[in-house]
Design a protein around this ligand. Sequence first.
Ligand code: MN
Length: 217
Amino acid sequence: MIKNNHYPFVLQPLAYAYDALEPFIDTKTMHLHHDKHLVTYINNLNATLKEYPEYQNWTLEQLIYYSSLLPCSIRQTVINNAGGVYNHTLFFDSLSPNKSLHQRMPTGGLMRSIQLDYGTFDVFKAEFKKQALAVFGSGYTWLGASANGKTHIVNTANQDTILPDNLQPLMLIDVWEHAYYLKNYNVRADYIDAWFNVVDYSKADASFALIAPEFRH
Ligand code: MN
């Protein structure tokens, strides 16, 4: 997901052009979100770890999952900024301008799991949107899976992740206002609807297959 997955963390370019998600997510938001917001989290995380060489070989996931082992002087700063890097990387990686139909809905094991848990894909989407609308303040709505392949829609605040919940992240929507305010102003529902047009489920399918290759076949 991120090439240099330890200190010093390095910004990776988007896999698509800044304007590739138009008209659903606007070019200016993509520039600011990737080149300013994500970069700030990367810089803050590197600055925090600079004086702590014993943690410089930890992966992003380890920094988040084992944050209770970090000195309390840097623990919350690492949680905030490692989470900011992790969440934004997953967010940008989960988007694609490709209009291929199979990328606009899950396939294989993930689709079967969603159908078992929600009945139909449309019911799942409605529930995901409902949860994304319910995030109070800044945070994310995730699709995650437990080790037995059950899917979970989970909301988190700030830059928290679902890794400490022992859930495999499959995809997430960023509902911080900086993710949509320039285009959608305060209307988060419009942004969520637009996001459904550019989320690429093939990435979620691949992540799901890693944890539950035989699940519910
Ligand atoms: Mn963001």
